[in-house]
Design a protein around this ligand. Structure first.
Ligand code: AMP
Length: 111
């Protein structure tokens, strides 16, 4: 069954898309945890980092550079990039995604 993010990629459900190329999509998180909260996803349906394979190496790097691109588009110089890998650490959508968060200060380590 298609995940929520596959449906967003396929334009079956709406999202506020801020960036797209042939391999990735970026859209605003529906429940923002910061003034800027964008999700960067590969169009390829990879569940998470654990499920990625060696052939995904360029795609994973591409996703990180897209995180930088959207941060720059939002005027951010300082920002956090997070991926929750597994339900035990908060992954709720099982399509790999990178949260790009900025516009406020953050604690380290995260709670
Ligand atoms: P995670 O918990 O790391 O799997 O992150 C999933 C994220 O998807 C959460 O931050 C949700 O707020 C976000 N989310 C859920 N539904 C939507 C949606 N329809 N459009 C945009 N973001 C969503």
């Amino acid at each position: 069954m298609a995940t929520l993010f596959e449906k967003i990629i396929a334009r079956q459900i709406p999202a506020t898309i801020v960036y797209e190329d042939d391999e990735t999509l970026a859209f605003r998180d529906i429940h923002p945890a910061a003034p800027v909260h964008i999700l960067v996803v590969p169009k390829k349906p990879i569940e998470n980092i654990t499920a990625a394979s060696a052939e995904d190496i360029n795609l994973l790097g591409k996703c990180l550079l897209v995180c930088r691109t959207v941060a720059e588009m939002e005027g951010l110089t300082d920002y956090r990039v997070v991926t929750n890998n597994g339900a035990g650490v908060g992954q709720s959508v099982f399509h790999l995604h990178f949260h790009v968060l900025g516009g406020r200060s953050f604690m380290w380590p995260p709670g």
